[in-house]
Design a protein around this ligand. Structure first.
Ligand code: PBG
Length: 361
């Protein structure tokens, strides 16, 4: 993927062997929610281990945090992401950590991200009294802000009343298991609960064949300025104006954070979304995994009312003797072809795939 620059670049304020306190700190941009700061904290620890430099967290407020409108009405694409990317591009931070599923599939100019090893990508039912999707009472109320989850819950249990909810993980959990709970259950990503240390609230981890996860769910994207990690082969310096990157050993650390099987799986999943021209608020699920030398993918489009679903699967052989870029291309082609099969089946009839609601300024 990226070529690490030479390691022995000297920087003002950091001589080799100097104490960590003298080293140029890495500034890591993060949203302020509990989940975001937890995820950023995990990446910050790894970066400190890999570089020996201190990592400073820089808090950035995004539209997704400020708005109280429903997630679907926000239009999905990029609500949690734009402000972090602006902070990276204007130099307020050097690294940004996103939940990959919140990242639009359109590449961001001048930015590059890697994906550390993914958590369990499945969704989790958090119900009162340990109830499961099969034991919830008839007409039970289940909260989710996600059209994808709503569609698949309704398809599995047409009698349930699916309620649109918003808020951070803690707020949503309170609706089902708090003292003032007004719902029987909520559906959340397993990964978010695991990172927050809250898996005890889960009453059932939903099988991917019952509720297909969001493309990229459970994975993090660690994003940097491309110029900071692509070195000029002649001078060993960053490409931007020939200047050395502000943090010289960031490139190698970023390279080491990348987990190839995760990267291939999420590339395939996100290529489904890209080919369908669907946003993260569309009722589209995709789950890919590397099994031996095979990349397996299943993708689904669902009618939000639960009346119908279409799914298609495919696999790609991962030859060992090709360049990483060729494997990336194979993963993308797999996602594209599975999406084209869904379109050929008439998936567009089931759901409006592209969200046309513009982002608020
Ligand atoms: N859209 C909010 C969001 N973005 C990422 C996660 C969970 C962590 C992940 O999927 O990696 C969540 C919360 C949820 O869906 O329950």
């Amino acid at each position: 993927m990226v070529t690490p620059p030479p390691l022995s670049v000297s920087t003002p304020g950091s001589t080799p062997g100097s104490a960590q306190g003298d080293a140029v700190p890495i500034r890591l941009g993060t949203r302020a929610s509990a989940l975001a700061t937890t995820q950023s904290g995990l990446v910050a620890r790894r970066l400190e281990e890999l570089t020996g430099r201190p990592v400073e967290l820089v808090h950035i407020r995004t539209e997704g945090d400020v708005s109280t409108g429903s997630l679907a009405s926000l239009g999905g694409t990029g609500v949690f992401v734009t402000a972090l990317r602006e902070a990276l591009l204007d130099g307020r931070c050097d690294v940004a950590v996103h939940s990959l599923k919140d990242l639009p599939t359109t590449p961001a100019p001048d930015l590059t991200f890697v994906t550390p090893e993914r958590e369990d990508p499945r969704d989790a039912l958090c119900a009162r009294d340990g109830l499961t999707l099969t034991t919830l009472p008839r007409g039970g109320r289940v909260g989710t802000g996600s059209p994808r989850r709503a569609a698949q819950i309704r398809a599995a249990r047409p009698d349930l009343d699916v309620v649109d909810i918003r808020g951070n993980v803690g707020t949503r959990l309170d609706r089902a298991i708090g003292p003032d709970a007004d719902l029987d259950a909520v559906v959340l990503a397993y990964a978010g609960l695991a990172r927050l240390g809250r898996t005890e609230v889960i009453s059932e981890v939903l099988d991917v064949d019952v509720v297909a996860p969001a493309p990229g769910q459970g994975a993090l994207a660690v994003e940097v300025r491309t110029a900071d990690i692509v070195s000029d082969p002649l001078t060993g310096t960053g490409k931007r104006g020939g200047a050395a990157p502000r943090v010289p050993d960031l490139a190698e650390a970023i390279h080491l954070l990348d987990h190839r099987p995760t990267r291939l799986a999420v590339l395939a999943e996100r290529s489904v979304l890209a080919r369908l021209e669907a946003g993260c608020a569309a009722p589209v699920g995709a789950h890919a995994r590397v099994s031996g030398t095979v990349l397996e993918l299943r993708a689904l489009v669902a009618a939000v009312d639960g009346s119908e679903q279409m799914s298609r699967s495919g696999e790609a052989l991962l030859s060992q003797d090709v360049a990483p870029e060729a494997l990336d291309d194979a993963a993308r082609r797999l996602g594209t072809s599975v999406a084209e099969n869904l379109l050929a089946d008439g998936a567009e009839r089931l759901a409006p795939l592209s969200t046309t609601v513009p982002e608020k300024a």
